[in-house]
Design a protein around this ligand. Structure first.
Ligand code: BTN
Length: 257
């Protein structure tokens, strides 16, 4: 009988690290089993997608990296990041009774501002997925005005709720949700319907900056393999990676859904 791995069976807690993802990668390369978790009170070189910095004052937030070894083909890795986005969504909705929204591919928003993000890094060996590192950052107990350059785009749980919250209870709730969602993934659910239902942008005009340039159109759907489908004029474009902005105005020439 297959046993389900338990995310958080071993948790290594650090005061200060460069990046929790780096610690998990080193452990993965030494053969650490999946479910291993690293947390840090402070990161000196915390990173986000597209080589951006990920910052939070020490001792205020959640910085967590999780090692997974899902039995999936490399092309199915978007399912893993979808799983983590859903776990974050459910944690904020059920544990804190907030009304989050997901932004493709893996950002979590509250009141139109980003509160959490996921950086997935993976290793592929002989055409197989060797491991996946899910790096999760949640802005918790500080006021985003300490970073004036981020304040127009990002928020913290303290800003939204109005007071500090118990970070270890939040971490527990997140690990519980990750375990729940990972079980569903391992039992074959690609989680795409759940993810679609929590995305805040379907049917809305969007602009996506991707490696091939900028695409503007109406966000129509997300495919099983993780692409955002955008209708542009009479055709549709699938984007696999990029930065998406929901536009306030409609897009000329784009079909409304
Ligand atoms: C993003 O939104 O661009 C992703 C942000 C991911 C930040 C987390 S914090 C824990 C882990 N360690 C890192 O250096 N980054 C991720």
């Amino acid at each position: 009988m297959n046993t389900i791995p338990f995310i958080g069976w071993r948790i290594e807690r650090h005061a200060v690290v460069d990046s929790t993802n780096d610690i998990v990668r080193a452990a993965a390369q030494r053969g650490e089993p999946e479910g291993f978790v690293v947390t840090a009170e402070e990161q000196l070189e915390g990173r986000g997608r597209f080589g951006r910095k990920w910052v939070a004052p020490g001792g205020t937030s959640l910085q967590i990296s999780v090692l997974l070894r899902p039995p999936l083909a490399p092309l199915a890795t978007p399912r893993v990041v979808r799983m983590a986005a859903l776990a974050l969504y459910e944690t904020l909705a059920n544990h804190l009774h907030l009304a989050p929204a997901l932004k493709w591919p893996n950002d979590v928003y509250l009141n139109g501002l980003k509160v959490a993000g996921i950086l997935m890094e993976s290793s592929i060996r002989s055409d197989a997925l060797e491991y996946v590192i899910l790096g999760i950052g949640v802005n918790v107990n500080y006021a985003m005005r300490v970073y004036p350059e981020l304040a127009p785009y990002a928020t913290t749980l303290q800003d939204v709720i109005g007071h500090e919250i118990d970070r270890s209870a939040l971490e527990n709730a997140l690990l519980t949700e990750l375990n729940r969602q990972y079980q569903d993934l391992l039992y074959g659910d690609d989680l795409v319907d759940e993810y679609r239902a929590r995305l805040d942008m379907l049917g809305k005009p969007v602009q996506v900056s991707a490696s091939g340039g900028i695409v503007r159109g109406i966000a129509q759907d997300v495919t099983d393999d993780g692409a955002l489908v955008i209708s542009v004029d009479d055709s549709s474009v699938q984007v696999y990676a990029g930065d998406v902005t929901v536009l306030k105005d409609s897009v000329p020439g784009a079909a409304q859904s």
